[in-house]
Design a protein. Structure first.
Ligand code: SF4
Ligand code: SF4
Length: 432
């Protein structure tokens, strides 16, 4: 009875804390501007199934993709076992789902093989990350915390799977010894390898079984509450993030309605621009509220895998720009604003902005707008859109752009072309 009570308190506390943090994440995402991504629902579902469930874009690199699929499927499916653990924990039963009979044996055997898969996958990932020294896992944005976060996730998954297998192995041995509480149920193709290592005394076996059971459940609940602080949040956000993907062609940039209307009015005096109510407070983006909620959701979904940076021509040629850093900076600034609101009840000016305080002008102007980062991202994130909004702010609000671009703007304004030839010479270069 006492252990059931302790279990109920831990469970309620973990779920309550997680809900609180989820509410904060939703509040932070809502700091962004509105953007309509409700069109073409069938296409959106398809995209989510292919990219999030099917991990379609991961398979451009088959080896890590296979391992990731193993870890992802294993970790998600094994958590079905949580249902049984929660019922047993609350009601003091043992292996309550054994009522499923032969199907339960099948399920448990599948869980054990998947647990082994997760263990192996995480071990390989750990070695790859820390000994293999893959270039895309380094970079100036990969400071102490992002590296530690990645290792913590892998180590936790290894420990949770090990606890699951030890729990099953001791349970199996207790079942074979005929202990009354340990009903004969389940099939243990992997954990039975551990049985020779276990003690014979029932008391010690029960102690190990209970410790592994508690470690597993408390570990999973702790891990759940670690997600909001970690890049691992992508295991949840990848689904809405891919559903709300941009469906227009990659090279098609977003126009600002207010600017389009102004140009139309200049070209056609009879054009009546719609009401000015929808005018943006600012052209482009200087800080978090100027970006859209989708940009902000993407910042929370970034897995920090570095695939974008590894294909970025600016980064490859030694420029300061890293699209992964753009996403990490956006998340950091968004969280800073969120904490500011939590402390003050509303946002209190802190003298900082996403542009300049986090992302420098040198970074944004190094971008070639090639879209390689967008193409490479396994979870459909668009770092380029944030870069373009920051540039738009610099140009339209501050008239600040590199000299070469300013010269081009001047030529377009005066000559109707990016070159400095006179309008009268237009036919010469146009037909050459
Ligand atoms: S669009 Fe910009 S940030 Fe993205 S890969 Fe190309 S140069 Fe790099
Ligand atoms: S933006 Fe995409 S590709 Fe780049 S680090 Fe994040 S998840 Fe990986």
């Amino acid at each position: 009875m006492v252990s059931q009570l302790i279990f109920a308190i831990i469970l309620a506390f973990a779920i309550g804390l997680f809900s609180l943090n989820v509410r904060k994440i939703i509040r932070n995402i809502r700091l962004g501007r509105a953007v309509d991504r409700s069109d073409r629902p069938v296409e959106r579902w398809k995209k989510m199934v292919m990219v999030a469930f099917g991990q379609q874009k991961m398979f451009k690199r088959p080896f890590p993709a296979l391992l990731h699929l193993l870890v992802y499927l294993g970790f998600v499916i094994i958590n079905i076992e949580m249902l049984e653990i929660i019922i047993d924990g609350l009601f003091g039963s043992h292996r309550v789902l054994a009522i499923l009979g032969g199907f339960y044996n099948l399920l448990l055997a599948a869980f054990e093989w998947l647990a082994l898969g997760v263990l192996v996958g995480c071990l390989v990932f750990l070695i790859r990350r820390n000994i293999g020294r893959l270039k895309r896992f380094s970079g100036k944005e990969m400071t102490f915390w992002p590296k530690t976060d990645a290792n913590l996730i892998l180590i936790t998954e290894i420990l949770l799977m090990a606890a699951f297998l030890i729990m099953n192995a001791t349970d199996h041995k207790l079942q074979l010894s005929g202990m009354s509480h340990y009903i004969t149920a389940g099939s243990f193709p992997v954990s039975s390898w551990l049985m020779p290592l276990l003690p014979e005394a029932s008391g010690r076996l029960m102690w190990i079984e209970r410790s592994a059971w508690w470690f597993h459940i408390v570990g999973v609940l702790t891990f759940l509450n670690y997600l909001p602080y970690s890049k691992h949040l992508h295991i949840i956000l990848v689904f809405p993030n891919t559903y709300f993907s941009k469906l227009t062609p990659k090279g098609q940039f977003t126009n600002m309605d207010s600017v389009t209307n102004e140009v139309k009015a200049m070209l056609d005096p009879s054009f009546a621009p719609p009401s000015a109510d929808g005018l943006p407070a600012r052209f482009g983006a200087k800080d978090i509220p100027d970006l859209t909620w989708k940009n902000l959701m993407e910042a929370y979904t970034c897995t920090e895998c570095g695939r974008c940076t590894s294909v970025c021509p600016a980064n490859i040629t030694g420029k300061l720009l890293s699209p992964r850093k753009i996403m990490m900076d956006t998340r950091d600034r968004m969280e800073e604003i969120g904490k500011n609101i939590d402390q003050n009840g509303e946002f209190k000016d802190d003298g900082k902005f996403l542009l300049d305080s986090y992302i420098s002008r040198e970074e944004i102007w190094a971008c070639t707008t090639c879209n390689a980062c967008v193409e490479a991202c396994p979870v459909n994130i668009d770092p380029l859109n944030i870069i373009l909004e920051l540039r738009r702010y610099a140009v339209m609000e501050e008239s600040q752009a590199p000299a070469s671009i300013n010269a081009m703007f001047g030529n377009i304004e005066n000559n109707g072309a990016p070159w400095k030839y006179a309008q009268s010479d237009r036919d010469n270069w146009k037909n050459s």
